[in-house]
Design a protein. Sequence first.
Length: 253
Amino acid sequence: MFKAIIDAYEVALFEYNNMVSEEKNKAVAIKDSNPNFYRKIENTILRKNCISYMADRAVNSTHGYGLSGLTQGSAFTDYETKLSKDLDKYTAFVKFMEQAFEWENLSYYLYPYYWGNKENWEMLYQSENTDPLFGAFLQSGMARVVATVRPGFEDAVQFYMATGKIWNGGEVPVIGDELYLSIVDEMKQPKGVKQGKAWITRLPTTLNILQAESIGLKVAHALPFTTENPDDFEIPGEVITEDKFNFEKMIVF
């Protein structure tokens, strides 16, 4: 009697394992026959990496991803969202990042495994998949991604990239407003100390002379002479100053 029970169990287990194996094979076949399945994985991973470049890396930042402390409770009966200002800021950031860019139109180019961490070269190189593009994705060490801004979000994205803040209403501040620091003005700030003297760089032109007001252009000083101090150049003798330039002997063609 006991042997009959064991034999029946083994037969049922064998049939069960065969059915599981068949279902797994079907699932693989379905994935391989649907390339959009892999395109979705690629899009999600690359989207996350793109957001990481724009997100705040500080711990518990509301302008990063994976923020902790947004929920409370551990059981099914007491698990709930914790309402707080951090939650409002975090959800605003999530909404902005997901809506401001056309992630569905993400385009990318995959670079080979050797641009990744050398410790992962063997793993990357041996990665395989029946989908050629997904196989290249698994083997890639780096990717170049182009994410376009959704129409209507241009000013908001520019404001965020310049300030790190999300503009939640009204007109986006423009140059001149107290709430906006122009990135151009920021770039004008001197960085470092000037080293050495300047070298003269000559650019070819078909013009013999650029004369002030010759075509209605009013400038303080006409080219090609300079108002800079020749002593600030490596070869002062090559600097053309106004006293070396005789307008009366020049003919404009």
